[in-house]
Ligand binder design. Structure first.
Ligand SMILES: Nc1ncnc2c1ncn2[C@@H]1O[C@H](COP(=O)(O)OP(=O)(O)O)[C@@H](O)[C@H]1O
Ligand SMILES: [Mg+2]
Length: 152
């Protein structure tokens, strides 16, 4: 389930980003090449690794013209532009009941948007394929991003 070391999927790709702007550009390209309505993106990385920064790039790449802020306290920020972008941060959630109260099933199954989920790994058995997995690791050079799409 964890991307480090290149498990799962068999199609793991990595990219080194030197700064936040690089990470945003990666997100834009990733979104354009890989995402479609209805997709979910599960993002792993320690605090400050760049998960919310990457959300900005991905929303740009999806064609939204929005300013992404961290949903750490709100737990869910919804952006509606050309399509919807459901940005979750599960860091402060303790139980699956709280997750369900957020309406996460409805958003993940919606046919008008994309879900982006930070700290999904607090609930490792909750999410079903298909999904895109992205892991961000802090390195001396910046941030190493590993990504894979898991369809089954
Ligand atoms: N290569 C890089 N990629 C992304 N962010 C970087 C990079 N180098 C430094 N940063 C900084 O790291 C911080 C990441 O914060 P944020 O995106 O909120 O992380 P998270 O959501 O994972 O807690 C930002 O202040 C950003 O400017
Ligand atoms: Mg964040």
């Amino acid at each position: 389930m964890i991307l480090s070391g290149g498990i799962i999927g068999g199609n793991l790709k990595t990219i080194q980003t030197k700064n936040a702007q690089d990470l945003i550009l990666f997100g834009e390209t990733f979104a354009k090449e890989n995402l479609k309505i209805g997709d979910k993106i599960l993002v792993t990385g320690v605090m400050g690794s760049g998960k919310t920064t990457l959300a900005q790039g991905i929303s740009n790449g999806l064609g939204l013209n929005v300013n992404i802020t961290s949903p750490t306290f709100s737990k869910l920020n919804i952006y509606q532009d050309k399509l919807s972008f459901y940005h979750f941060d599960l860091y402060n959630l303790q139980t699956e009941e709280e997750l369900e109260e957020l309406g996460i099933y409805d958003f993940m199954e919606s046919e008008d948007g994309v879900s982006y989920i930070e700290w999904w790994d607090n609930f490792p058995n909750f999410f079903n394929t298909p999904y895109h997995l992205i892991e961000i690791q802090i390195t001396n050079e910046g941030r190493l991003v590993s990504f894979d799409t898991i369809s089954t």
